[in-house]
Every structure is written in C-alpha cells, then in structure tokens.
Design a protein around this ligand. Structure first.
Ligand SMILES: Cc1ncc(COP(=O)(O)O)c(C=O)c1O
Length: 474
C-alpha cells in the first residue's frame, strides 16, 4: 500500500534520543552504503549544481554496489514487455489489441494474460508466502535445475534475497548467545543482520592465496573455537559465487560443506544470488533476479527454499512473512519470468537469448579487463572473478599512507578509497567493510561500468593509483 505514516513525539523530554534507541541498531555497519556512498552522492549533487569544474571529472561511477541498471545495463525486453502489460492490463482489451499486437510479441501477451488470470490485479495484496502459482513454477524450476523434488509449500517469495536472509536469521537467532558462521570477507548483509538481532558472528576465513577457496579445516577450527567459548553455533552461511571475492566452489567442496553441516549439526544457508554469473569455467536456495543477467535490483524480488525444515518451523516463517503482508506483486512477476524465461521455439526466445548472451559475454570481458588493470598496478594483486560481479584486489599501502590514515581516524583502505573517489569519481567499498584478514587491505569494485566507457574508467584508476603512491611513498 502507498502509505502516509507519522512518527510523533510531544513530550518535553524525548523518548527517542540517540542514547535511548535500540542499541543493536547503533552497532550495525553497512559499508556498501556507508561513508563512501554518501560522499559519492554529495559529489553528484555538487556536479549537478555547479558543474564538474572543481573535480576534474564529470561523473561519479558507482562501483560500490552491484546495481547493473544504474550503470546502464539494458533490461531484458521480454521481462519488461510482460511487466508493462501486467501493470496496465487495459492494453489487453479487445479495442486495443490491434496496436498491442504490433508492439508486443504474442508470447509476452499470453504470459501477461496467464499471470493476470492467476494474480487478479498487480495492485492487490497477495498470499504472504507469495502467489501459489508462481511458487509452483519456482518449484518446477528448482526440480529441473537440481534433479530433486521441490515443494512449493516450502518456498517463500520475498522482496529480494536480503529480506529472505533477515527472516531466516531472525528465526534461527533464539537468544543472544547464538553464533552464525560467516565467511571473511563477507557480504555485510550478514554481519549487519547479526548485529541487529544480537547474535555472534563466527568467522571463517577464505584463502586468498588459493583463489579465495574455502577449506573445511578452517570451518572445523573456527567452529571448535566458537563452541569452546560456549557459543550456541547454529548455522553456516555460504556465499557462492562469492561476494566480495568472486570465487566459485567446486562440486566436491559443496559436498564437503553439506557433510560438515550434517556432522556438526548446523543449518546451511546457501546464498546463491549470483548462480548465473559464472565465468570460470564458462558454464552455467537464495536466488534473486537483481543479479544474473537480469539486473532488476530495484524491483525487489526473489525466493528462498526450505529443505528438511519441520512444518511447524515453516509455519513460523510464514508468520514472519505475514507481518509484512506480502512481497510486492511486480517483484513476484519478475520471479516468474526469471524461472520461466522464453523457451526455444517461443517467439521471444531468439531475442532473449541474444540479450542474455550479450550481457554475459560483456561482463566476462569486463571482469578480465579490470583484473588485469588491477594486477598491472604497483603493489596491487587481484584474483580473477570466477563468478558474481565483483573484484576484491589487495593493496599494499605505503606505511606513510597508513600513518596518515590513522591520524585522520580512518582505516587505511577507507582512506585510499576516499582519495580515489575524490580524485576520479569512482566509488568503491573499502575491504574493511567486508572484514578481512588483519594487516591486509583491499577494496571491492564491481566491473559494471559500460564497455564503451571502460577504457577511460580504467585509465582514471591507473592515474590515481600512481599519484597516490607518489604522494605517500617513503
Ligand atoms: C551475496 C548477496 N546476497 C544477497 C544480496 C541481496 O540481494 P537482493 O537485492 O535480492 O536483496 C546481495 C546483493 O548484493 C548479495 O551480493
């Protein structure tokens, strides 16, 4: 619903002050949208108001967040055609059909009609767990992908993977001594949600020298240390392909992880939002359409599947979902399109396939280009992205830069990234926002800037890096 809601205080001594609000919220850190992103917005506003004059660059490039359409990635035509017809069903009335038939392919029209028959209106609340028809389609998609039965009653459609992760963690975290195993480096959704619900992160480290791989002995020792401290460790988070690290697990490794969870009595949370962004080798339960080649981040949609979870527990997840009434219906439609794109033989299939391939190949080229640029910079080393949308280069910062950073109260990688933003307009996220091994410094950058601007973008970074080193070299 579109709402108007007010937060009002009338008492003299305020109930809500920074000191009195929920302390767990104050502990939350979310670097992807942190200080760098705020500064980037300020620069954008200044350029819009006064022109680029004082900056020496004309645009801010947001490489701090995997948001493909913000950086001009085109949407998938079939998806937008169906979205358009479901949003404005009057287009499907007989008096409009002649025009519509010339603008939209028949399979898009038929899909919109089918969805509207199931949904009614896009403007109506739906089932809190998600539209049953779409959940059945998700279950079929999973069955075909994995070769195992999937039950639509165990699938929740959500407003993106983030909401799914938050609901599940909220359910698992029964008290403040609960520990949740998370990778380091990690995507800050996890550390932020653990802070919010007052649980304890149990870090396990990915091995940068081995392409950010996950070693089971790391999991075992990290779990043992946490349990020795008395933590009630209940779940293991895996991000595959990785964010921020871009690595992909081997099948053997995935099997070991499942065995590990089974033996150690842990719930496995498998975050696979980048499951279609796999570049090495070039092949193709949280899944959301913001990622992949679809890139519709702003629409907020996705699903999670529960496997081996008791019905009584799923009922409680349903209760959490019902507090939010329902995921937005336009997002649910996108999930349907994600799991049932045009098939071979459909009118829209050739264009769909062409668009997907174009985006995929371009992402792969850009990832390789950017990692080679990073690797050519003095004191920087960067693993190629096997998947996802990110590179996580390691930077060897000169002691003088580290000293100056400390003097101004910043983490050294944050200091470097701020200098990069101010000098180039390129906004990345410091490695400290994802946590990293002590004494190492990194930053995360997407490789999403459009290909036609890529060379200029890389040159800006190279020039900045040289000047930064020259300034802080001892
Ligand atoms: C690993 C990972 N999980 C979850 C999310 C959240 O995705 P969504 O936009 O579907 O909430 C992201 C977004 O960047 C991500 O990188």
């Amino acid at each position: 619903m579109l709402f108007d809601f007010k937060l009002v205080e009338t008492t003299h001594s305020k109930i809500l002050t920074f000191e009195t609000i929920n302390p767990h919220i104050k502990k939350v850190e979310y670097a992807v949208r942190g200080e760098l992103a705020i500064r980037a917005e300020e620069i954008k506003e200044e350029i819009a108001k006064n022109g680029p004059g004082k900056f020496g660059f004309e645009t801010v490039v947001n490489c701090n967040i995997g948001n493909p359409q913000q950086l001009f990635q085109r949407s998938i035509t079939f998806f937008r055609q169906v979205a358009c017809l479901t949003e404005y069903p009057d287009l499907l009335l007989p008096e409009n059909r002649n025009n519509v038939n010339t603008l939209f392919p028949l399979d898009a029209i038929e899909r919109a009609q089918l969805l509207l028959k199931q949904i009614g209106s896009v403007g109506a609340y739906s089932h809190s767990q998600g539209i049953p028809y779409i959940r059945r389609n998700v279950a079929k998609f999973i069955e075909e992908r994995d070769g195992y039965p999937s039950n639509p009653d165990n699938i929740f459609l959500t407003q993106g993977a983030s909401v799914g992760v938050q609901s599940v963690l909220q359910l698992i975290i029964a008290h403040s001594n609960v520990g949740i195993m998370i990778p380091i480096p990690q995507y800050p959704l996890y550390s932020a949600t653990l802070s919010l619900f007052d649980a304890k992160p149990v870090p396990y480290y990915l091995d940068e020298d081995e392409n950010w791989s996950l070693d089971i002995t790391q999991l075992t020792s990290s779990l043992a240390t946490a349990r020795d401290k008395g933590l009630d460790v209940r779940a293991l988070v895996i991000i595959n392909p990785g964010n921020p690290t871009g690595q992909c697990l081997t099948e053997q490794n995935m099997r070991e992880i499942i065995d590990f969870c089974h033996q150690q009595h842990l719930v496995l949370l498998a975050d696979e939002v980048y499951q279609t962004n796999i570049y090495q080798p070039a092949e193709r339960p949280f899944h959301s359409f913001k990622k992949g080649m679809i890139g519709e981040c702003g629409r907020r949609g996705g699903y999670y599947e529960c496997t081996g979870i008791d019905k009584q527990v799923i009922d409680q997840l349903y209760k959490i979902a019902s507090i939010g009434l329902c995921p937005n219906v336009s997002g649910q439609i996108m999930v349907d399109l994600m799991v049932r794109p045009p098939k071979r033989g459909d009118k829209s299939h050739p264009l769909y396939q062409k668009e997907i391939n174009r985006i995929y190949e371009s992402l792969r080229r850009r990832s390789l280009k950017l990692s080679s640029v990073f690797n050519s910079m003095e004191g920087v080393s960067c693993k190629d992205a096997q998947g996802s949308m990110y590179l996580f280069p390691r930077i060897n910062l000169p002691p003088k830069a580290i000293k100056v950073a400390r003097e101004v109260g910043k983490q050294p990688d944050e200091f470097y990234c701020l200098a990069m933003l101010n000098a180039t307009g390129v906004c990345v996220v410091p490695g400290s926002g994802f946590h990293q091994e002590d004494g190492t410094w990194h930053f995360r950058s997407t490789f999403l800037p459009p290909e036609e601007l890529f060379d200029g973008f890389c040159q800006r970074l190279e020039k900045f890096h040289k000047e930064f080193l020259a300034k802080y070299r001892d």
